[in-house]
Write a protein that binds this ligand. Structure first.
Ligand code: SAM
Length: 292
């Protein structure tokens, strides 16, 4: 019913009206293609019972699609120059709250409690500022607020790391940190041409869906995540070398580490990138039992 924000003509009009010049340092690449926005909303499977958190509404291109498809939209925007723009472009929607805050500094639970019922389904849908993609993903995964799913646009390269399989070059501690809690899939690839200005890298929409239980059962999550980070500190080196780097090189420690590897049935000459989440889980348990 309302004219979409995300057309090249309307976007240029809005930027001109407010004399707005984009800040590259804030990752400001605005979507100017309504099909992409419909596809994002469809991938998210939104409905009027679901509340949505958006990071970086920009001039409101995605926000208005979220407002039409969901219950409440809470959008964090760091750039104060966008506040008058958003007040204007989103004026037709009464279910959008713009929070002027760096999302990474925000107390998510406090902000959301004021606006929505946290017992209702909650999703993050956003075209992320690429300079902080990983911190934002981890911020939502580690939040005390339970996010049921995230449908987010990011650099294709980071999307590939998050969805990677063991043995591939892209597989690493980020893969494991995300896939421990979430099922991860690339929904679709997005060409540079749908942005204004165009970014330097290709993009992808990924969908992360919260698992009912973590993908591997471990005795101690902290030990598991420390181990998975340590295993990739020197990617080219063996698991054994990285374990010595993390836990120590003394003879007594080597003896314990061998016992832990033995417990997990893992060859110390393998590289970290070949271990599945299940194998890392077993080794983390071995470290709990034999090393720590
Ligand atoms: N959603 C809009 C779109 O798709 O056209 C804009 C997306 S643009 C890639 C990223 C947005 O995130 C910008 O509006 C930028 O100002 C905002 N942003 C950057 N860093 C932020 C932060 N730390 N917290 C909240 N918003 C941030």
């Amino acid at each position: 019913n309302h004219k979409d924000i995300a057309t090249p003509i309307r976007t240029k009009e809005i930027l001109k009206k407010y004399g707005f010049s984009v800040k590259k340092s804030l990752g400001q690449n605005f979507i100017i293609d309504t099909n992409i926005l419909s596809n994002i909303v469809e991938a998210a499977g939104l409905n009027k019972e679901t509340n949505v958190v958006e990071v970086g509404p920009g001039i409101g291109a995605l926000t208005e699609h979220l407002a039409r498809a969901s219950k409440e939209v809470i959008a964090f925007e760091i750039d104060d120059r966008l506040l008058p723009v958003l007040a204007d472009t989103l004026s037709p929607y009464d279910n959008v709250s713009i929070i002027h805050q760096d999302v990474l500094q925000a107390n998510l639970k406090e902000v959301l409690t004021e606006k929505v019922d946290l017992a209702e389904p909650l999703m993050v849908v956003a075209n992320l500022p690429y300079y902080i993609t990983t911190p934002i993903v981890m911020y939502f995964l580690e939040s005390v607020v339970r996010i049921d799913a995230l449908v987010i646009m990011m650099q294709k390269e980071v999307a590939e790391r998050i969805t990677a399989a063991p043995g591939s070059k892209a597989y690493g501690s980020l893969t494991i940190a995300v896939q421990y809690h979430m099922d991860a899939e690339i929904a679709f690839i997005v060409p540079k041409t749908v942005f204004m200005p165009q970014p330097n890298v290709d993009s992808a929409i990924i969908k992360l869906t919260r698992r009912t239980t973590p993908s591997v059962e471990v005795m101690d999550e902290k030990v598991f995540f420390e181990l998975t980070r340590a295993a990739f500190v020197q990617r080219r080196k063996t698991l054994w070398n990285n374990l010595l780097g993390k836990y120590g090189k003394e003879e007594a420690m080597k003896e314990k580490l061998i016992q832990a590897l033995d417990y997990a049935g893992i060859d110390p000459k393998r590289r970290g990138e070949t271990l599945s989440l299940t194998e890392f889980g077993k080794l983390a348990d071995g470290i709990c039992l034999k090393v720590l």
